[in-house]
Design a protein around this ligand. Structure first.
Ligand code: AMP
Length: 353
């Protein structure tokens, strides 16, 4: 692919806040954006030049969408892969990144095959698979559905044998993985951008603080013990991006443990733990992703401030918007979502210094 000239059209499959922020970055770079999602008015629809409301399973609508775009990307990993195959090389990153990252069992196998370490785990496909878990993993463990999980959804913790059946029911008896509870000192992520020519860019690793499975805060620098594990984690994240043939930004989430970095999961897209890069780095994850898929030179991921923090505004946190706007140096981002349901990401605020 030759560099995509300004005025070209970038398609985004998925209509959430990640798509919205991709649109805003694309606009600044002189591109048009088309967004495709199944909801009537998702956050990205208002920021795009064109919004197409259609189902993710509708391969004809997806093919027609791709026809109108010069390159297509995605901002959401729980997409059916088959209807996207028809987009061929126009889809960046390709379907391989998606297929592996959206299946927790395939993802763990892929990470292990390429030198990463994950928590001790077993696949669970049927009720009889629960029998061996006490011996193979021990308690506590967490059952996670293989597909369609995010922000702690589709997960159930098991503290003793008697709770296994209830947990299996709670996740709907869906194909799952059982995973040992990780005794971690901190969580962090590595955000890596890769171009088709295999050049890579990596941002400073943020420490991520979760509550109830949802990211609350990312902070840079990550401090110890994360910093001493970053070199190894970066090597793993870059290898995973290369082995996937990933084009664009991807995030690899890690647990910092006494035994070193353990991979939790791969997000084959821009990521919530990279929102701080909009104000906190020379080139944001959104611009960098577009640079990758448009075959432009990589931007500089360097920090512009020695310290950056990003706090998510979840549910009613968003009611603080007027106070945050009054705070000098607080960079407020709101996603335009009408209803502030509990657990819903409504916006975020970034602070430098
Ligand atoms: P996930 O959806 O798999 O990223 O999980 C969301 C959050 O739940 C993680 O960021 C951790 O805070 C927590 N978590 C998930 N899996 C484990 C585990 N095996 N051990 C300890 N905490 C976990």
């Amino acid at each position: 692919m030759t560099p995509l000239p300004p005025g070209s059209t970038i398609g985004i499959v998925g209509g959430g806040q990640l798509g919205r922020m991709l649109c805003l970055a694309a606009q600044r770079m002189g591109y048009r954006t088309h967004v495709y999602a199944p909801d009537p008015a998702p956050p990205a629809s208002e920021s795009a030049s064109l919004y197409v409301c259609a189902d993710y399973q509708n391969s004809d609508a997806l093919a027609a969408f791709a026809n109108e775009c010069d390159v297509v990307t995605y901002e959401f990993e729980n997409l059916p892969v088959a209807p996207l195959e028809a987009m061929g090389d126009k889809l960046r990153p390709g379907t391989r990144s998606l297929a592996i990252a959206q299946d927790r069992a395939a993802e763990k196998r892929f990470i292990e095959e390429h030198g990463g370490t994950v928590a001790n785990w077993r696949p669970v496909s049927e009720t009889s698979d629960l029998d061996g878990l006490e011996e193979a993993i021990g308690f506590p463990l967490v059952l996670k559905s293989r597909r369609l999980g995010y922000d702690g959804k589709g997960q159930a913790w098991v503290r003793e044998k008697g709770q296994l059946m209830d947990a299996w029911e709670a996740i709907g008896r869906e194909p799952a993985v059982a995973e040992a509870a990780v005794d971690f000192a901190a969580e962090f992520s590595i955000l890596v951008a890769r171009r088709a020519d295999d050049t890579l860019a990596v941002w400073n690793a943020p420490r991520n603080i979760h509550d109830g499975g949802i990211l609350r805060r990312s902070e840079v620098p990550a401090g110890e013990p994360v910093e001493e594990q970053v070199e190894e984690a970066v090597a793993i994240a870059c290898r995973l991006a290369q082995e996937l043939g990933h084009i664009g930004v991807m995030a690899v989430e890690f647990f910092a443990t006494a035994e070193g970095p353990l991979v939790n999961e791969i997000a084959p897209r821009v990521h919530n733990s990279g929102h701080w890069t909009i104000e906190g780095s020379q080139c944001s994850q959104f611009e960098q992703h577009l640079r990758c898929i448009a075959d432009l030179p990589l931007g500089d991921p360097a920090l512009v401030s020695p310290r950056v923090t990003m706090d998510n505004l979840i549910g009613s946190d968003v009611d603080l918007w007027a106070e945050l706007l009054a705070e000098p140096g607080a960079h407020l981002h709101l996603y335009g979502k009408k209803e502030a349901r509990p657990g819903r990401k409504m916006g975020h605020v970034t602070r430098l210094g």
